[in-house]
Design a protein around this ligand. Structure first.
Ligand SMILES: [Zn+2]
Length: 173
């Protein structure tokens, strides 16, 4: 019996966009991305609960961050170059406007902000932060770069009344 996973991620799943979308190209509208994200959250929450949604989105974001590091950013040796390249890539791909607010490499604490964030900017105000995928994404990038584990928590979000998302990353272990 074949027990290999059906949906294991590989960068090949991004596909050959040149061949596959000769007329439409690589861009789509943001509504489509949000439609997919927030319907997925709804369905997963109804079936497995809100904690499970957050956990799944965080883990998926982390996997995305690691793959993004490997396939978009490429191997980087120092932290400043990492931040510069990440900032450029997020801007170029219209994901968000990244700023490094604080980096204490000794204690492993990093604070980043992302303005005009793909996931949440412009959403109605909610009682909670929503950027769990981004938390995972940032952790994945930092982990792949450094080889250390990171815990990343969103501390301000458009959805909690702020105009920029703020993330606190802490190296653990
Ligand atoms: Zn947010």
């Amino acid at each position: 019996m074949d027990v290999s996973p059906k949906y294991e991620f590989s960068w090949n799943l991004i596909g050959d966009l040149q061949a596959g979308r000769p007329n439409l190209g690589r861009l789509t509208r943001l509504e489509v991305y949000r439609l997919m994200q927030f319907t997925l959250r709804d369905v997963i929450e109804k079936k497995y609960g809100s904690e499970a949604v957050d956990h799944i989105f965080h883990e998926a974001g982390k996997l995305a961050g690691k793959e993004f590091y490997n396939h978009v950013l490429g191997h980087i040796d120092d932290f400043n170059t990492l931040m510069m390249k990440l900032q450029d890539a997020l801007l170029e791909m219209s994901i968000g406007i990244l700023r490094l607010e604080k980096a204490d490499l000794e204690s492993g604490q990093i604070i980043l902000t992302i303005a005009e964030d793909l996931d949440c900017s412009g959403l109605p105000e909610l009682s909670h932060e929503v950027c769990t995928y981004d938390e995972g994404f940032i952790a994945g990038v930092l982990e792949q770069f450094s080889g250390f584990q990171f815990e990343v928590k969103e501390i301000d979000c458009w959805c909690t009344g702020d105009r920029t998302c703020r993330f606190k990353a802490q190296r653990v272990g």
